[in-house]
Write a protein that binds this ligand. Structure first.
Ligand SMILES: [Zn+2]
Length: 279
């Protein structure tokens, strides 16, 4: 019992990522097929993972070529608004509007999520509570104006440390995304905490809440957005507290693939463009 459960989890993810790209791509594609076929009957909050084997047994590959996702199916996944990619190089679309719901007290600020994600959060929080685990929302939807304030504060901190303007901005961007480039502006990102650990730092991974999330968040449609082993791809320092809602079906296939969100989107884009994903 020397290994911490969450560390074992990460090692497993890392091991999966080291497998040849072909295996990952096929895994993602097959998972996506399952998703497509299950979409009509999917129940919000239901365990997509438990539904996948049934689909695999029903001969879902008949709709595809060699079990791979068709370009149209991949495009449908990319068009799913819950799969929107926002990062350093993908700015939130102008005019992006959402309907939000509070995930904290009525007076709490920045604790809202998009309505579907908020409902999923409440279901997840209730399930965790049944297991004796207390999961709280610390920060959800942030307006672009609020993100501007956070980013400017962090940049000033590095200026005060003696960094050049360019260095201060670059360093700040590794911790707080610049305005318009924060996933929190989508209303689909949730910084979670627990009463035993309320600060947003790596210490969160040593909590029962984090261990529970690693086991169950995917069932409610949330994925760990910035895994430790994916820092080079996400360009965001490991954040055990930051979870992203993509919907239970999408979360299941991304989790199965072992890919981080950026890599999963990249595979889907290749498939949608009719390109080989075996390279
Ligand atoms: Zn966050």
């Amino acid at each position: 019992m020397s290994a911490h459960p969450s560390r074992r989890h990460h090692r497993r993810r890392h091991a999966i990522r080291r497998v040849a790209g072909l295996t990952l791509a096929v895994c993602l594609a097959v998972g996506a097929v399952s998703f497509v076929l299950h979409r009509k009957q999917a129940v919000p909050g239901a365990s997509a993972a438990s539904a996948l084997p049934d689909t695999a047994a029903s001969g879902s590959a008949a709709e595809t070529e060699n079990g791979l996702l068709t370009a149209a199916q991949a495009q449908a996944l990319l068009d799913d608004p819950r799969m929107v990619l926002v990062n350093h190089t993908h700015k939130l679309a102008d005019g992006y509007t959402i309907t939000t719901k509070k995930c904290g007290s009525s007076t709490a600020i920045n604790k809202d999520l998009q309505t579907e994600a908020a409902d999923a959060f409440f279901a997840m929080q209730a399930a965790a509570a049944k297991d004796g685990v207390d999961i709280r929302m610390q920060s959800g939807y942030r307006s672009v104006d609020y993100q501007t304030k956070l980013y400017n504060n962090k940049t000033q901190y590095y200026r005060d440390q003696g960094c050049s303007e360019a260095d201060a901005r670059a360093k700040a961007a590794t911790i707080v995304n610049p305005p318009g480039y924060s996933e929190h502006a989508t209303g689909l990102a949730a910084d979670l905490n627990t009463p035993e650990h309320t600060s947003l730092d790596e210490g969160f991974e040593d909590t029962a809440a984090f261990r529970w999330l690693c086991q169950h968040a995917v069932e409610y449609g949330f994925i760990l957005r910035y895994p430790k082993e994916a820092e080079a791809v996400t360009e965001i320092t490991y954040e055990p507290w930051h979870w992203r809602y993509v919907g239970p079906e999408n979360a299941a296939l991304i989790s199965q693939s072992g890919l981080c969100f950026e890599d999963a989107i990249a595979v889907l884009q290749k498939l949608a463009a009719g390109q080989s994903v075996t390279g």
